[in-house]
Design a binder for this molecule. Sequence first.
Ligand code: UT7
Length: 325
Amino acid sequence: MTAATAPGPQARAAVVCGVGAALPSAVVSNADLTARLDTTDEWIRSRTGIAQRHIAGVDLSTEDLAVQAATQALAGSTPVAVEALVVATTTPDRCCPATAPAVASRLGLTGIPAYDLAAGCTGFLYALATASGLITAGTAQAVLVIGADRLACLPDPEDRTTVPLFGDGAGAMVLRGGSVGEDGALGPVVLGSDGTLADLIRASHPGTLHMEGAEVFRNAVERMSAASLKAARAVGWDVEDLDRLVPHQANARITGFVARQLGVPYDRQLTNVEHVGNTGAASIPLLLAQATADGRLKARHRVLLTAFGAGLTWGATTLTWPDLP
Ligand code: UT7
């Protein structure tokens, strides 16, 4: 069930050279939710750590968010010729065609291979593994990876157990060909899935999300902790070597349990869930972009990324953060 993508024989690696993010401007606070749902700010904060989330209106699509995040990532990247584009999303604007070709064309990249990938909230890590494979195989010199989701459309608007959890957003990362061992080079990407537990988080269309919260919680902690240890060991790191743990921002209790289980101190965890909620495939790149911009993430920090989501799916990888322009 678990696969690790090891570096190619020439020790070629996918190297991070730019990150970007996008959030809708509209914010829904816990106070806004208490006005229409049988809930309290105290319940939401204490169970999830979430205080507010950004919500896209009808005029802002998943594609729009993806383009915005990608534009920022490309603007802040070392110059590269992007030769492939992957969009990880659970909430594309339509079933067919995929989001990625339209995003590529809006970025002036018509003609390159561009495709979507769905792996729930683990989608960004699955997309990183794909990008790493494209680069190490020599298929593309540089790849643009985007995680974009409008998860806030999935819950029944009357369901107090799921509405508070989700927000909308996008994050993007530019990767280029480079060498194992240089700053920014992705380590092996540990991935896994368990379809026997598919019913724990499911939605057939907007407004129909079903989630068995306690079971999801238990699996999230167990899977992210195990994948993190495996990814760290694959590059010879002990937990003490980590400078920054970047877990998928499902909620603060889940990420806190993962950190505790791994033994990562509080000041080495990056988080933004209080301000954005669970943004699905956007979660990790959004947090990386924000933490790079505000200085919580610095060049040469040893970083561990881990995620968990519907599927069930999970994953983890490592990198030493590069000195971005
Ligand atoms: O990428 C993974 C995405 N999924 C997640 O992040 C969710 C993982 N699960 C969780 O984080 C937690 O299970 C939740 C935050 C969803 C729920 O927390 P919990 O501690 O597992 O609560 P619960 O579902 O066991 O519910 C406890 C009580 C229930 O009332 P009773 O039956 O004890 O009277 C619920 O009806 O809390 C009630 N409740 C609420 N009360 C006020 C549920 N939602 C709310 C609410 N406000 N919003």
